[in-house]
Design a protein around this ligand. Structure first.
Ligand SMILES: O=C(O)CCC(=O)C(=O)O
Ligand SMILES: [Fe+2]
Length: 499
């Protein structure tokens, strides 16, 4: 399995605009196909008109018609020659050029895997923020109305996918909505998707939830619909369920919902009021430069040390970093100590690009600013990492430190990750907070702001209070830049602690 080369469309918002262009092209291509079909149809229609006019005339008085020599000549010509050409014309295929163009575009289209990730993302958003299916369908996203809605086909596709994943309760919600929204249209016909078919699948999700009586009701509805075709398979299934109910008297299973985790609460904004805002200060002391240009700093926590800096990345710097990253973004990975490599994981759905400190004037300037903010030496630290989150993009709870033996390859050279600096490059309309569940703290993205925290305690060990996550983005495109500062070169910058 080639997980490393696996790239994905939906794990960054940047780049998705391309799909809209692709779709526009495909629609134009289909329009060209329709035009060709129409042209052919017009020829056939006009032939029919002409042929029928002559034939009608003949039928009025057949005997007389065939007694006239020129009529006969024409009749023989028509039947002997015209229909041969019609045969050729009818067989001539229409739209080969367009099908070829479509196939050429196939490699740009989302894959089955992209679809799966999109479904993951929506499920993740629903779980994290308790978004009801019925609301999403109506365009109500986390309590806010948007100019968007889902179709019966969207709902069916969600339900079908979730059914395949054995997530029967969620699948049921989507399928139920698909049924109630069902209205025949060309697209459903293309998919050969009838209302009965959706109802049957819905009945199956009910069975999987041991809701036998409800399933039975649904099956009866399907069987009694006037449009229903005889369905012996469903009848057989129904009989089996009736027998099961009669012999086992099954009781409905109640599902208790898990209470929200601290992380989920943080993502939903439950921590924001209790932000332990210790104090706000103008930092003029970390480096000499700050005497001239103090930094606006907000201290959120002392243990672990966690602070916010306001206005530490300019719009122009942000635009430059985005411009640099956009063409080289690739699916973000996470380092695995076990396998000694960085790998794509489901818990981190974003794309990133790394830049050397000296890439250009902007990266140099940002690094200089990080030094002013933190007082740390950046020589020997990791490169700047520019990141864009995707559909429902998140970074599940994790620690930034490696906390492995000092001899491990990853820390042997430069030490563990002493501190993390995370710049927010965009405002995010909804979602996307950075949450520290163990200290009940959440930071919501604000363009130009940075959050800094220490991952290691004074004994240079990983501090488990720094557990954190990037919450799923609900609405918006979340861009961040981070810097992981390694500990080795800080020996002259940090005080020495005993013990
Ligand atoms: O994007 C976020 O809010 C968190 C990012 C993060 O934890 C990381 O990059 O290590
Ligand atoms: Fe992190």
């Amino acid at each position: 399995q080639n997980a490393q080369n696996f790239d994905s469309l939906t794990t960054s918002i940047a780049g998705l605009e391309q799909l809209i262009e692709t779709e526009a092209y495909l629609i134009q291509n289909l329009e060209n196909y329709a035009k060709e079909l129409e042209e052919k149809l017009l020829v056939i229609r006009s032939l029919i008109t002409n042929l029928r006019a002559e034939n009608d005339k003949a039928q009025k008085n057949t005997g007389y018609y065939v007694s006239i020599p020129t009529n006969v000549l024409s009749l023989v010509r028509r039947l002997q020659k015209d229909w041969t050409y019609l045969d050729i014309f009818m067989k001539e295929s229409v739209g080969q050029e367009q099908t070829k163009a479509l196939h050429e575009y196939w490699s740009n289209l989302p894959t089955e895997n992209d679809w799966g990730e999109a479904v993951n993302a929506i499920s993740r958003l629903q779980d994290t923020y308790e978004l009801k299916t019925e609301d999403l369908i109506k365009g109500i996203i986390n309590g806010k109305q948007y100019d968007t809605k889902l179709s019966a086909l969207d709902c069916y596709a969600m339900g079908f996918e979730l059914f395949g994943r054995k997530e029967y309760i969620s699948a049921g919600f989507w399928l139920y909505s698909a049924i109630s929204m069902y209205e025949e249209n060309a697209l459903l016909r293309l998919h050969d998707l009838s209302r009965e078919k959706i109802m049957e699948l819905y009945a199956e999700t009910l069975l999987k939830q041991s809701r036998y009586q409800d399933a039975l009701t649904m099956m009866n509805v399907v069987l009694s619909l006037p449009s229903s075709k005889p369905n012996s398979e469903l009848q057989r299934r129904k009989n089996a369920v009736e027998l099961h109910i009669k012999t086992n008297d099954p009781q409905p299973v109640t599902h208790t919902k898990n209470p929200p985790t601290g992380y989920q609460l943080g993502c939903r904004g439950a921590f924001s009021n209790q932000l332990s805002k210790l104090y706000c200060v103008y930092n003029t002391t970390t480096t000499a430069f700050l005497k001239l240009a103090p930094l606006k700093m907000e201290i959120l926590s002392l243990d672990p040390y966690l602070v916010i800096f306001h206005d530490v990345m300019s719009d122009e710097e942000i635009a430059t970093l985005q411009r640099m990253a956009q063409p080289v973004l690739r699916r973000a990975t996470v380092y695995s100590e076990e396998r000694k490599l960085s790998e794509v994981v489901a818990g981190r759905t974003s794309k990133f690009a790394w830049f050397y400190d000296g890439t250009n004037e902007v990266t140099a300037r940002v690094n200089k600013r990080i030094e002013d903010m933190t007082g740390f030496e950046l020589e020997g630290s990791e490169m700047l990492q520019v990141m864009n989150y995707g559909l429902g993009g998140h970074y599940a709870t994790h620690y930034d430190f490696f906390n492995v033996s000092m001899t491990a390859d990853i820390v042997a050279m430069q030490g563990d990750r002493k501190a993390t600096v995370l710049f927010y490059m965009t405002d995010v309309e909804q979602g996307g907070a950075t949450v520290f569940p163990n200290i009940k703290t959440a930071v919501f993205p604000k363009k130009g702001t940075a959050v800094v925290w220490y991952n290691l305690n004074n004994r240079f060990e990983g501090d488990y209070k720094t557990l954190h996550a990037g919450c799923p983005v609900i609405v918006g495109s979340k861009w961040v830049t981070n810097k992981w500062i390694r500990e080795r070169n800080q020996m002259f910058r940090l005080p020495c602690y005993k013990g």
